[in-house]
Design a protein around this ligand. Structure first.
Ligand code: FAD
Length: 597
């Protein structure tokens, strides 16, 4: 595996950044996002029919499309033909699909090239059309239009940050959910039983939710992901995990109500007490049961500042014992507000080793402190304490010292800095900006996310961290404990059985081949790790799962599989939704004449 050792001068993805790099804003990412309002309009009937296009031509052409109005109905067939990828003679456009979609001619369409790829950069698809819905009504109409066809599918696309084509729909309809978030009225603060909540669009980016909540109300959601350029609907369809999850559970645990468009095209408000089965199914449901058009999310007072700390361990046992002590402290007693951890190579590799640890620009990692007995990798606890302007600095220092005083990290390898709350939560934004400049953001991302039971972690460390990954992965290797009690078993997501389990995330940021190792080699390495978990009989689950066959999905869901299938039959009986997850296949139907609603 020497090829995997990457010592190039690529971007240093020091685990989510050093503060000198974090002059952050919460502006929208520079992800190419087609907004038809700002595109030049080209008359539809001037477009020549395409038989075969190359991607560049197609992208150029689609940039000039305009929103369709009912008056463009007669151009609809020609217009949709324009979206058909590949060879038209090989795969003729389905007349039924066109007929059904004619009833929805006022849809705002975008360029399908957006939906042909995702962040993983390893899969591609050819959707029939990309629809930019402006409301739940549009979403419902698109789903109903698909239901009227023999075999069209519909994928909601959040920000396309999946790795394995989960938000894609081969020859189906893709809904660009971010288009919905452009509507101002999808952001409303409400108070229920004296507790604050915010109603946000399913297509809103978490970074926008943060910015608006903090700047307008001084409030913030409780649970986050590390990176906030993800949509509300996208992370709630999985779980949404970060260093706050030990206390508040994943993001799905902070949701009080959802508005969902089911696979039947019904728009349903659901919560724990109203249409609860749909509510529980949708949270962590991989988009299988409905499309989230609105979510009501619990808020809390936002802190002003964060004390951001990293401490280093040479012994895995010390690292895990301390991490578990921190995450199991009773609520209300002193504790950190954020607990994560990561593995670093025990060496001076700028991408994977010591230089990735310090958070304070004035501090250096001095390897003299590393014990001679240390192995090929070290472990770093990453902690954060929320602070308010009213807190006296000496009180914060005392609290931090009290907590750190109980831990067994290597003395001399403690790094800390004070940053604003916004800077802390936006720390991965800078990674994105740098990685874009270095061309690594758009490179393939063969990532792997696992949940592994506490009881298997020592063996995982021995076999995976210390052997397979001992040279690093060219990006963060996250590892930190989560508490099963914070995960609602009524939700669709499945986790290991043990009370404490770890999230392990291999977040590779490497140059594309030939500069970096072949992507297939890294995918094979991921498979080898998964295989090791199976053969050793580990209690584990994939997070953001990806499987090739339904048998694997059955294995993944275990005794929850029958519930999953039942929910599918109830809420998406034709298996129209989220085909990119490859769990169910669309159930073919005789075509139904379009009705214009
Ligand atoms: P997409 O990739 O667009 O969609 C994902 C799935 O959800 C698809 O099946 C899609 O059809 C479905 N979907 C999308 N929108 C909706 C909707 N409104 N209603 C119903 N279904 C919908 N995850 C974490 O938990 N914690 C992290 O810290 C974290 N960090 C990340 C950092 C980076 C740089 C990246 C690329 C990913 C990270 N992720 C993290 C993973 C991320 O949560 C998932 O990839 C998520 O699916 C991406 O959200 P998205 O909005 O781009 O969704």
């Amino acid at each position: 595996m020497t090829q995997l050792k990457n010592k190039s001068k690529q971007i240093q993805i020091s685990h989510y950044l050093n503060p000198q790099q974090t002059s952050l804003t919460c502006s929208k990412p520079s992800t190419p996002h087609l907004n038809s309002k700002s595109k030049k309009v080209k008359p539809l009937n001037s477009q020549k029919p395409q038989t075969q296009t190359n991607t560049t031509n197609r992208e150029e052409e689609t940039k000039t499309q305009k929103p369709l109005s009912p008056s463009t109905n007669t151009n609809m067939i020609a217009y949709l033909e324009h979206f058909v990828h590949g060879n038209d003679t090989e795969v003729p456009l389905q007349n039924d699909a066109v007929a059904a979609l004619e009833g929805a001619a006022s849809f705002n369409f975008g360029a399908t090239s957006l939906a042909a790829k995702d962040f993983g950069g390893m899969k591609s698809a050819h959707p029939l059309a990309l629809i930019r819905p402006s409301s739940a009504t549009d979403v419902a109409r698109a789903v109903r239009a698909a239901a009227r066809t023999p075999n069209l599918t519909v994928a909601a696309r959040g920000n396309g940050h999946s790795i394995n084509g989960q938000a894609m729909a081969e020859r189906g309809l893709v809904l660009d959910m971010r288009a919905m978030a452009d509507e101002e009225d999808h952001f409303t603060l409400i108070c229920l039983d004296e507790s604050p909540y915010v109603d946000v669009s399913g297509g809103a980016l978490w970074e926008d939710v943060l910015k608006r909540c903090v700047s307008r109300f001084g409030l913030a959601p409780k649970s986050w992901t590390d990176y906030l350029g993800l949509t509300v609907g996208g992370t709630l369809s999985n779980a949404g995990v970060s260093g706050q999850a030990f206390r508040y559970g994943p993001q799905t645990a902070s949701v009080a109500e959802l508005e969902v468009v089911t696979g039947k095209g019904d728009t349903v408000i659901c919560s724990e007490t109203q249409n609860s089965e749909l509510f529980f199914a949708t949270l962590g449901g991989l988009g299988q049961f409905g499309i989230i058009t609105r979510a009501r999310i619990a808020l809390q007072q936002a802190p002003n500042m964060v004390r951001w700390i990293r401490v280093v361990y040479s012994e895995f046992e010390d690292f895990t014992e301390d991490a578990e002590w921190l995450v199991t402290r009773k609520e209300g007693v002193d504790g950190f507000d954020y607990v994560e951890g990561f593995v670093v190579v025990n060496g001076d590799d700028p991408c994977n080793g010591w230089p990735t640890v310090p958070v304070n620009p004035n501090q250096q990692f001095d390897p003299v402190h590393v014990p001679r007995s240390a192995g090929p990798v070290l472990y770093c606890l990453e902690l954060a304490l929320h602070c308010h302007h009213s807190d006296h600095p000496s009180e914060i220092d005392m609290k931090v010292d009290r907590l750190l005083g109980r831990l067994r990290f290597i003395k001399g390898l403690r790094f800390e800095v004070d940053v604003t709350y916004m800077e802390f939560l936006s720390r991965v934004k800078r990674v994105e900006e740098d990685a874009r400049v270095n061309g690594i953001w758009d490179a393939p991302h063969p990532w792997l996310n696992l949940f592994v039971s506490k009881s298997n972690m020592a063996e995982f460390d021995r076999e995976v961290f210390k052997k397979i990954l001992k040279h690093g992965i060219g990006g963060p290797i996250l590892v930190y404990p989560l508490l099963r009690s914070k995960w609602d078993s009524r939700h669709s997501v499945v986790v290991p059985d043990s009370n404490i389990f770890y999230i392990i995330a291999l977040l590779r940021f490497i140059p594309p081949p030939p500069k970096g190792p072949p992507t297939e080699l890294l995918v094979a390495q991921n498979h080898a790790i998964i295989q090791l978990c199976y053969t050793r009989g580990f209690d584990f689950k994939q997070y953001l799962p990806h499987y090739q066959s339904q048998d694997h999905w059955k294995l993944h869901y275990g005794d929850k599989w029958s519930r999953f299938v039942e929910r599918k039959a109830n809420f998406d009986p034709l298996a129209i939704l989220a085909p990119g997850q490859k769990i169910f296949t669309r159930i073919p139907q005789p075509s139904i004449c379009p009705s214009h609603n």
